[in-house]
Ligand binder design. Sequence first.
Ligand code: DC
Length: 220
Amino acid sequence: MNIAIDGPAGAGKSTIAKMVARELGFIYVDTGAMYRAIAVYLTEHGVSPENEKIVADSISDITVEIRYENDIQMLYLNGENVTGKLRTEEVGNMASKASALPCVREKLLSLQRNLAETNDVVMDGRDIGTNILPNAKLKIYLTASIAVRAKRRYDELVGKGEIGADLAKIEKDIALRDKQDMERKIAPLRMARDAVLVDSSLMGIDEVAETIIRLAKERR
Ligand code: DC
């Protein structure tokens, strides 16, 4: 059984998807991390995402692999564990730009589909329900208002002790990321026709997870 969870940046997809996967005994697949691994490669090699031909040449021989260590997804880029490098703003922005390129999406398509073919997965991303797993048993479109997503991110940074976190800037960055992910030509972020819309603006994490788990159990 496959569950697809799509939605914009900062909607809480990974937190929720992990909780759902744990409860159901499924594997959690974070596809954003795969795009981020490619972004790490491009950043470290000084490759601009503006020129598709150069990007295509530079990534043609790289390997992106996913391995599970103590049930945690690890991303390997050319055999090196790059998981610790994935979650910066710089890498996220590069991933958003690079993911608009067909050569980048093509590179990750079979990796994602193979994982879903051979396992019960909860897979999160932007185009899982619309493109990668069109036959997923359950599709969720998880969203929240920009203001709520920005405030959650701000609280997270403040919680980590980051001084100088700027709520207005975070809000602007999220709006820009939404625009890039929703307006690209190939596999843009949008809600699949048969997806269930879950707006978490006014819901707690547990409530969102319980809603999805209940839907999954009904369809099992
Ligand atoms: O979910 P995330 O922030 O880790 O994703 C980083 C970027 O990767 C996101 O801005 C768009 C891209 N992405 C995508 O195009 N398709 C996916 N299935 C997952 C992520």
